[in-house]
Unconditional design. Structure first.
Length: 260
């Protein structure tokens, strides 16, 4: 098996198709597992080249954040034929915790991009909520807890809001990667004829963030746009500088879809 996990579809294409690339080492009985967050159309294009070599392509991106990847509590989506999935399941269950067969090749990439879109929307709304709370005179630690115990909470709030309030804001994910992901989401929607309303604004927000602070700035620092606009400092004491996975490690297993 050959695994790729790379920053962009263009880089993956170079690694797969280039001189002495992945394709050169593929043959019947081998598997190419693409674990990058990538474009559905591109992974299908490369998958056709892999299939022509007699090998099996799988798109199997991970989700849950770097802190969960480090502990093995990560989720893995897998897009491939069912027999290939069953062959790979023991390995994927060693690498991750929750393993979902999403359907044919490309389906995992679509769903991963959708989840990253939702995470980005959460990051932007959490930023707006925290800045508004501060501007309205609220104690930020109290505001964090109020959101955490309410219907407004989310995975992003319970993780990234903490490092935002610490001020360090390093989650091992940068603004250019966010722009790539929500750009891929926009392409999926455009191909499907969905007239999105929120994502185009998010694309512009992160484009502006990259222009102001640099493409390699940590993504939670998108809140700096509002800090700069208001003159407010959105930091509070006793919040952690990094996200730590405190969930107990459990054996990986397939997530079964409830079909009634």
């Amino acid at each position: 098996m050959t695994i790729t996990c790379l920053p962009s579809p263009a880089i993956c294409a170079q690694v797969v198709e280039g001189e002495n690339g992945v394709l050169q080492g593929l043959a019947a009985g081998k598997i190419w597992a693409e674990m990058s967050t990538t474009d559905e159309a591109e992974v299908k294009r490369l998958g056709a080249l892999v299939t022509a070599k007699g090998a099996d392509p799988v798109d199997c991106p991970v989700s849950g954040g770097c802190h969960r990847a480090a502990t093995g509590n990560i989720s893995i989506f897998a897009g491939c034929e069912r027999d290939v999935f069953e062959h790979m399941l023991p390995l994927l269950s060693t690498m991750g915790c929750r393993i979902l067969h999403t359907g044919p090749l490309g389906s995992a990439s679509v769903l991963k991009v959708i989840t990253n879109y939702l995470a980005t929307a959460n990051l932007i709304t959490c930023s707006e909520a925290l800045v508004t709370a501060k501007a309205a005179g609220m104690d930020l630690a109290t505001a964090y807890e109020a959101i955490r115990i309410s219907s407004g909470t989310s995975f992003v709030h319970e993780t990234e809001s903490q490092v935002i309030l610490n001020g360090w804001r390093d989650i091992n994910f940068t603004m250019d990667l966010v722009s790539k992901d929500i750009g891929l989401f926009q392409e999926i929607a455009d191909r499907a004829g969905v007239p999105l309303e929120i994502n185009p604004g998010m694309v512009e927000i992160f484009k502006d963030g990259e222009q102001r602070y640099g493409s390699r700035e940590f993504s939670p620092n998108i809140i700096r746009r509002l800090e700069d606009a208001t003159g407010l400092d959105i930091r509070a004491p006793r919040f952690p500088a990094e996200i730590v996975d405190d969930e107990p490690e459990v054996a990986g297993a397939e997530v079964k879809v409830n079909r009634g």
